[in-house]
Design a protein around this ligand. Structure first.
Ligand SMILES: Cc1cc2nc3c(=O)[nH]c(=O)nc-3n(C[C@H](O)[C@H](O)[C@H](O)COP(=O)(O)OP(=O)(O)OC[C@H]3O[C@@H](n4cnc5c(N)ncnc54)[C@H](O)[C@@H]3O)c2cc1C
Length: 398
């Protein structure tokens, strides 16, 4: 595989780099460089800035507002965004739902939802998992029963990321219990303001509020909010998941973290603290970097068929495992390097001046333990590692 970029691609890279250096909101970059978290308003500001440039949805077809880039340009763009330290877009609407909408939705649904997603006017949540239906998603029970022009929805979703911020939620619901359990699942979009929806927070091990339980009690949802045909939701859900799994790679972001670790591990006082275990730390850092190189090549291989308009294949499962395990290994090294400065809960880090007087602390120290804890979830969400291994084994005929 020839990984050299053409002069045109190099020019494209220079243009994107210059945008992040000079035009992209500097306050958002500064917050992240300072180890602070971004709120909903920051994320929307970031997406609106990208959208003003026409760059917020690199994977969308041009007719719906995508920039019309090829695969190489998309890869370069993602790499430059992460290299600059800018946040990735919130994936639920832009990366997960949109491909389902423009592939399977009606013209009216596309016109109703895609422009708002593009302009970050709406925030979406993903309602797949239920209590006792996570890995075995097809066993889900939340019911939707037709009644006049509506479905009446009853049941519960769990682990709903950002459900407390969401204006809309796309859900898998059961419209029939006949036949195989994959049949009878339907893909339904619901307005979170609908009467009968309650959002209950779940606080995770990092101390943050990212997740929720969402309870649906006789919620009326117009039938025109159904994507595609009744009972074919499983097909659409699988389409969506293949995009979701490839989206976890974040190669350039990991590269940035590794460079940061290298730099800090060479500096005092970190260099001194590492003195007695420098060799083992260096060896593990090198191993993570090699894993990342392998991940990058795998991502390039998986992206190649997308240029023909195909959805990602089962390589997505390999990427999911490699990317999430590498992410976890990086946070382990960060916590080890931060040493005594790594604090499990450091609420002050949400303030811009949290490092005042503590400037020698690397940006990853205070968020380090929280990030370490939260990154444990990467090998669970989007399909747990064991489940990805089952998919790979099936492909290999094992
Ligand atoms: C931070 C976070 C964010 C999430 N966000 C969302 C969201 O926005 N929307 C949403 O719908 N869901 C979300 N989820 C839910 C996530 O998709 C599920 O947690 C995941 O699918 C696993 O399901 P489960 O938690 O029910 O665990 P289980 O399915 O009960 O799995 C428990 C363990 O058993 C193993 N296991 C299960 N089945 C098999 C098998 N067949 N072979 C081998 N091992 C197996 C699993 O690998 C795991 O280790 C999120 C989860 C987390 C942690």
């Amino acid at each position: 595989m020839d990984l050299k970029l053409s002069p045109e691609d190099e020019a494209f890279r220079a243009m994107v780099r210059s945008y992040f250096d000079t035009e992209y909101p500097a306050d958002i970059l500064a917050k992240l460089a300072n180890g602070q978290s971004l709120g909903k308003a920051d994320r929307q500001a970031s997406e609106r800035a990208l959208n003003a440039k026409g760059w917020v949805a690199p994977g969308w077809p041009r007719e719906y507002g995508g920039p019309g880039w090829g695969i190489t340009e998309r890869f370069i763009f993602d790499a430059e965004l992460e290299r600059a330290g800018a946040p990735s877009v919130v994936p639920m609407g832009l990366l997960y739902l949109a491909p389902v909408l423009y592939t399977f939705g009606t013209d009216a649904q596309k016109a109703r939802w895609l422009p708002d997603i593009l302009a970050s006017r709406t925030y979406w949540a993903q309602g797949y998992s239920e209590p006792e239906s996570g890995s075995d998603l097809a066993s889900l029970r939340m019911s939707a029963i037709p009644d006049g022009g509506d479905y009446v929805v009853n049941g519960e979703k769990i682990w709903t990321s950002d459900g407390h911020h969401a204006d809309w939620i796309f859900c898998l619901v059961r419209t029939s219990s006949e036949g195989r359990k994959q049949q009878g699942i339907t893909f339904l979009c619901m307005d979170m303001q609908s009467p009968g929806i309650a959002v209950i927070p779940i606080i995770t091990i990092d101390g943050g509020h990212h997740l929720n339980r969402v309870v649906f009690d006789n919620v009326r949802v117009p039938i025109e909010n159904r994507i595609g045909e009744e009972g074919l939701g499983w097909t659409y859900a699988r389409h969506l998941l293949s995009y979701e799994r490839v989206s976890y790679a974040h190669v350039a972001g990991k590269r940035r973290q590794i460079e940061n670790l290298k730099r800090h591990s060479a500096e005092a006082p970190w260099g001194d603290e590492l003195a007695d275990r420098r060799q083992s730390f260096g060896a593990r850092l090198a191993e993570v970097e090699i894993r990342l190189d392998a991940l990058e090549i795998t991502v390039l291989r998986a992206l190649a068929p997308l240029s023909t308009g195909a959805a990602p294949g089962d390589e997505a499962s390999i990427i999911k495992i490699a990317a999430t395990e590498t992410a976890q290994a990086i946070t382990e090294l960060q916590v080890e390097l931060a040493g005594v400065y790594a604090s499990p809960f450091f609420p002050d880090r949400y303030r811009a001046d949290w490092r005042a007087g503590l400037e020698m602390i690397p940006d990853f120290a205070a968020p380090g333990v929280a990030d370490y804890f939260f990154t444990r979830a990467q090998t669970i969400y989007g399909g747990a590692t064991e489940v990805q291994k089952n998919i790979i084994a099936k492909q290999l005929g094992l």
